[in-house]
Ligand binder design. Structure first.
Ligand SMILES: Nc1ncnc2c1ncn2[C@@H]1O[C@H](COP(=O)(O)OP(=O)(O)OP(=O)(O)O)[C@@H](O)[C@H]1O
Ligand SMILES: [Mg+2]
Length: 341
């Protein structure tokens, strides 16, 4: 192991990529998005935040590609390009040899999906890749006592996956992951507005509505906002008014799905660990955990205390970074995959 090549913790998410560099902390937060020329050349036109600015406003010969979908590699070629580009942004030109990385992946992946991540990192210039489950990384990044004989329940709700894990002594004792999260919630809002108002809106508009008006619990004083889109009857641009009650309605099933994953997991948690969770509460991480009222809704339904991490979107990368700089700990994480050099 070269002392000169940098160690990175990477959260390769469906919505965003976050990179942690040892000794520097979080150095990069970029949308997990690429704009590609829609012909045989598949020329990459923009990556990350530059690509996001173009989203929804593209000429027909350009298409948006999310290289990572539901936590796994959906477009291998673009994943490699994107990692390479972000690595360059994060550490500049690296003259000291290939870096190594700890990368978070969903808990329930196939061997092929796991290999695709590993191979993409190697092709992007990494020497050494270790994969760790996203919820385990999130627990490390949140500063939970991961290696104690104590039950901790972590829920990471991202853009494409929701990961629930009860962790004790470095191991996942019970858990469940679903390939659905914030991006599917945006879609639920698109469908709701289409059905109820005959208005077609873009994904970015839906995401903004979710962030501005969304809630997992009814809001006492409803707020309203103007929404622009295309009327599906006339085909013309049109503006409607949407209330927070409607956004709550649109997101109701999505919020209940998170509750379902938690109930499933708690029912399969050994009683002593369940007692620990009653004492310690539930810890939420990931961008979508920031949906207002999510913690409150879960707390009310489950009768447990629930808290959302202050730096919810960074926890997984922080945890990966911590493991990348304490590489001996990787051997203590049960179900983690063997080190490959
Ligand atoms: N305040 C907010 N309220 C609700 N959702 C939010 C908020 N802020 C961000 N989000 C959502 O968080 C999601 C991104 O979270 P995150 O970066 O944790 O996902 P990811 O790690 O890229 O995805 P995954 O882990 O599922 O592959 C997006 O869907 C975004 O809309
Ligand atoms: Mg994530």
């Amino acid at each position: 192991m070269s002392v000169l090549s940098p160690d990175l913790g990477v959260d390769l998410g469906s919505a965003s990529v976050v990179m942690y560099v040892a000794g520097r902390g979080i150095v990069l937060r970029e949308p997990s998005l690429v704009i590609v020329r829609n012909d045989q050349s598949r020329e990459c036109v923009a990556i990350g935040s530059e690509a996001l600015e173009m989203l929804g406003r593209l000429p027909p010969d350009l298409v948006p590609v999310y290289p990572i979908l539901q936590g796994v590699v959906a477009d291998f070629e673009m994943t490699v390009l994107m990692i390479k580009y972000f690595l360059r942004l994060a550490i500049g030109v690296n003259r000291f040899g290939k870096p190594r990385a700890v990368v978070a992946i969903p808990a329930e992946v196939t061997e092929m999906e796991r290999r695709a991540v590993e191979e993409a990192f190697r092709m992007a210039g990494f020497r050494y890749v270790h994969m760790v489950e996203a919820a385990v990384a999130a627990a490390h990044g949140s500063g939970l006592a991961v290696y104690e004989p104590q039950g901790n329940l972590v829920v990471d709700i991202g853009g494409g996956t929701t990961e629930v894990a009860v962790i004790s002594m470095g191991s996942v004792v019970a858990g469940k992951s679903a390939r659905q999260a914030g991006m599917a919630w945006d879609n639920a809002i698109v469908n709701y507005v289409k059905k109820k108002h005959n208005l077609l809106i873009g994904d970015r508009t839906a995401e903004q509505l979710k962030i501005d008006l969304g809630s997992a619990i009814p809001i006492p004083e409803a707020r309203r906002t103007q929404v622009r889109g295309r009327d599906i009857v006339t085909g013309l641009p049109h503006t409607i008014e949407l209330s927070s009650d409607e956004v709550f309605d649109a997101l109701r099933d999505s919020a209940k799905q998170v509750l379902g994953l938690l109930t499933w997991t708690l029912e399969r948690t050994p009683p002593e660990l369940g007692a620990d969770i009653m004492r310690n509460g539930i810890y939420l991480t990931g961008g979508s955990a920031q949906l207002p009222g999510m913690d409150q809704m879960l707390a009310t339904e489950l009768g447990l205390s629930v808290s959302t991490a202050r730096n919810a979107m960074d926890c997984v990368a922080l945890g990966c970074g911590y493991l990348a700089t304490n590489i001996d700990l990787l051997g203590r994480i049960w179900r983690s995959h063997p080190l490959t050099e």
